[in-house]
Design a binder for this molecule. Structure first.
Ligand code: HEM
Length: 495
């Protein structure tokens, strides 16, 4: 397996974020070794004539695994001539974001990269990494880069690319998951974003506040008498899925079905996945899309005041969403608004509880909650990497890029850049200048940011008000295995 695929899979994971209730697993639970086990498990059921390709897959997987743990200088020689303006872009240490030390605390590694090689090339992954706030902000606003290249390729080239990536083998997954509007660029993207924006209005989002408060209170009611909870399992996980399902208008009695589908789809975006994982993801995309098709039909016949009804009816100068676009958008909204929120709330609460003086400050002045949430998103961001394609030959800071190159933008590093943030390693809930990139920047800036901010503010405010004695029950909670999604597996607290 190519390392670029590994990173791409992770990055694409953003579109396949797990949705669920209390029974949901966590994104990142299926880490490298789990992926390996998954690769091996289904073998007993494989017909003989498929064994050769399975062996090749396993070999590729193992090779990829070893490469991940190899100093990336190996293989760099081959790529040296790729770039005439090669500017000593080697990281000062083997850059392995899957190393447990890195996952525990990536920030000292980022500091070193920013000060010694702010832009570097990773030979094994065939990727240029950018680490500074200045570069990442500039590239996010640069039209010569995009999340996809499809809009600058001919239809034949797009078809060939899809053939090479086996799109036809996973028809439902390709049709609905691989084509959500975050994966579009240019006119297609602008059109779909505009239609989605027309229904996800500030008014609709603001109108959800009482319901979010009610959901949060109900979840806290369940644990209040216990004196302890897992903040992730008991609050941060169920809250956002209930909110997004409510917003879309998924009936309460059917919400439990979302989680297993979404989990199965999410596993596709782990660095290594087996054929069984692909089959499950395809089956889930099929069932999920059939469920939504049926729900859309119901809402079209009898519209309600929910997002599915609004998306089905939305029009912009005669333009409407096709049924495929409608299903892909609903699936994406359900997925996108979940895991990111779980991880933001978990990382934020952990930071707060690790800084008792900031906790006390917030408890004594709840009007600081808005600023505190922004600081949580900056200080330990839930998403650390996004990729972009280079759409035309170009030069950036004396480095020549070719059309079709890929770059990796380390948002998590940008948010700790001392050239933009004063004392970036200090967690300061009164920080005023805080233009963090946790929600991205430019044409793909998170459309759900107002909703996410409101959910986080209500959660933090309610927890501190209702559970004022809250403290960590485990000072070092286990981190998720992923690196693109940064979060904790569980966060035991007492109160
Ligand atoms: C704290 C929670 C969240 C975080 C940290 C987050 C982060 C992000 C980021 C970084 C991007 C841009 C990706 C890129 O630059 O390539 C993005 C895009 C997006 N997010 Fe969020 N998100 C969150 C919550 C939500 C919610 C609740 C929703 C939906 C209700 C949502 C919907 C979207 C959509 C639709 C896009 C694509 C926008 C486009 O391509 O034009 N997000 N998000």
């Amino acid at each position: 397996m190519r390392m670029e695929n590994a990173v791409m899979s992770l990055e694409q994971g953003v579109t396949g974020i797990s949705v669920g209730d209390e029974s949901c697993g966590r994104m990142g639970e299926t880490g490298y070794f789990d992926g390996f086990r998954e690769s091996v498990k289904p073998w007993s059921r494989i017909p003989f004539d498929e064994i050769e390709s399975k062996i090749r897959r396993l070999f590729e997987y193992l090779r990829g695994f070893l490469q991940l743990r190899t100093e990336f200088q190996i293989g760099l020689e081959d790529d040296r001539e790729k770039n005439e303006a090669f500017m000593n872009p080697i990281a000062p240490f083997p850059f392995d974001p899957y190393d447990p030390e890195f996952r525990k605390n990536p920030y000292p590694f980022y500091d070193r990269l920013r000060s010694e090689t702010p832009i570097f090339y990773h030979g094994d992954w065939d990727l240029w990494f950018f680490t500074t706030f200045e570069d990442i902000s500039a590239l996010l606003g640069d039209k010569r880069l995009g999340r996809t290249m499809d809009h600058v390729l001919s239809p034949e080239e797009v078809a060939e690319k899809r053939r090479a990536a086996n799109w036809e083998r996973l028809p439902y997954f390709s049709r609905y998951v691989r084509q959500n509007f975050m994966e579009k660029e240019g006119a297609d993207h602008a059109r779909l974003r505009k239609l989605a924006y027309k229904v996800l209005t500030p008014k609709r989002v603001r109108g959800l506040a009482p319901r979010i408060q009610e959901i949060t209170d109900r979840l806290i009611d369940k644990v209040e008498g216990r004196g302890r909870m897992d903040f992730i399992k008991d609050l941060a996980t169920p809250m956002p899925v209930l909110v997004i399902a409510e917003l879309l208008g998924v009936p309460e009695e059917e919400r439990h079905r979302l989680c297993p589908w979404s989990e199965a789809i999410t596993k596709m975006f782990e660095p290594a996945h087996s054929q069984l994982v692909e089959e499950n993801a395809e089956q889930s995309a099929k069932e999920f899309s059939e469920f939504l098709l049926e729900l859309v039909a119901r809402r079209k016949a009898k519209p309600r005041d929910d997002l599915i009804s609004a998306l089905a009816a939305v029009e912009d100068e005669g333009d409407r969403l096709s049924i495929d676009e409608l299903i892909a958008t609903c699936m994406f909204l359900l997925n996108a608004g979940h895991e990111t929120l779980v991880n933001s709330a978990g990382n934020g609460m952990l930071a707060l509880l690790r800084h008792p003086e900031q906790l006390e400050k917030l408890k004594s002045d709840p009007s600081l909650t808005k600023l505190a949430v922004e600081e949580m998103l900056r200080y330990d961001s839930p998403l650390h990497l996004f990729k972009r394609w280079i759409l035309e030959d170009m030069t950036y800071k004396d480095i020549a890029f070719k059309k079709g190159d890929q770059v990796a933008l380390l948002y998590g590093s940008a948010n700790r850049d001392p050239t933009e943030f004063e004392n970036p390693d200090i967690f300061d809930i009164t920080r005023r200048h805080n233009p963090h990139l946790a929600f991205g920047k430019g044409v793909h800036f998170c459309i759900g940011a107002p909703l996410a901010r409101m959910e986080l503010q209500i959660t933090i405010d309610t927890v501190l008000r209702r559970l004022p004695g809250i403290r960590l029950a485990d000072a070092n909670p286990k981190r998720l295995k992923g690196f693109v999604f940064r979060g904790v597996e569980e966060l035991p607290v007492e109160f």
